[in-house]
Write a protein that binds this ligand. Structure first.
Ligand SMILES: Cc1cc2nc3c(=O)[nH]c(=O)nc-3n(C[C@H](O)[C@H](O)[C@H](O)COP(=O)(O)O)c2cc1C
Length: 192
């Protein structure tokens, strides 16, 4: 069975180092992106925005950009060659890399928090459709993801928020069991 409940539970964060380099067909990427557009959003603001690096060459190019942004925005004392190298090669086995950003509109009635909620829901939709199609994903906020220089580089404004870099590919490794510290029932209070 591949019910929505199964897909939700089976989705796992897979390290891109475990990707096998195979390319996800555009038709599947399009399905993942189409799903983002059905996320709930307050006031029809649809605040999600995506930049997509497609194929090995572009994914590697993203690695170069990210690593160089890291270098340019760190003092020599804080710069770590190991971190630079990791960012440089993070996407080497990826099929696609998607930068997911909350693009803040002008609607004063909708608070930032709600826009970020909507964009997060859009990202989860993307991950679930990936899972439905056997595609591995990794939601990352590492490196310079939250740095102003990162969003400026990609043409976003100060008001916008980069919420994720999603590394996408296929993997041959066995998908690990999910882990949660406590059952949902511990996070629920009923008024009956
Ligand atoms: C907002 C957000 C940011 C995340 N950033 C990172 C990250 O930078 N590095 C990482 O290894 N995982 C990151 N993750 C993935 C989590 O590590 C992962 O969801 C968690 O371990 C649970 O595993 P699962 O997704 O397989 O259920 C992020 C997840 C979210 C929601």
């Amino acid at each position: 069975m591949n019910t929505i409940s199964d897909i939700i539970q089976k989705r796992r964060t897979i390290d891109p180092d475990c990707f096998n380099g195979k390319i996800v067909p555009k038709v599947i990427i399009d399905k993942m992106l189409a799903a983002t557009n059905w996320a709930p959003n307050h006031g029809h603001t649809e605040p999600w925005d995506f930049i997509i690096f497609e194929g090995h060459e572009k994914c590697k190019e993203f690695g170069v950009i990210h690593a160089n942004l890291y270098k340019a925005n760190n003092t020599p004392e804080h710069f770590l060659q190991k971190k630079y190298d990791k960012l440089l090669h993070r996407a080497d086995n990826c099929s696609h890399v998607i930068i997911c950003t909350n693009k803040r509109g002008n609607s004063k009635n909708i608070p930032d928090l709600e826009e970020i909620c909507a964009t997060s829901a859009a990202i989860q939709n993307l991950l679930l459709v990936a899972q439905e199609n056997g595609v591995a994903t990794f939601w990352s906020t590492g490196g310079l993801t939250h740095h102003d220089a990162f969003k400026a580089y990609f043409g976003y404004s100060e008001k916008d928020t980069v919420l994720a870099v999603i590394y996408i590919g296929y993997t041959d490794v066995e998908i690990p069991e999910g882990k949660r510290n406590s059952d949902f029932s511990n996070k629920v209070k009923y008024y009956q």
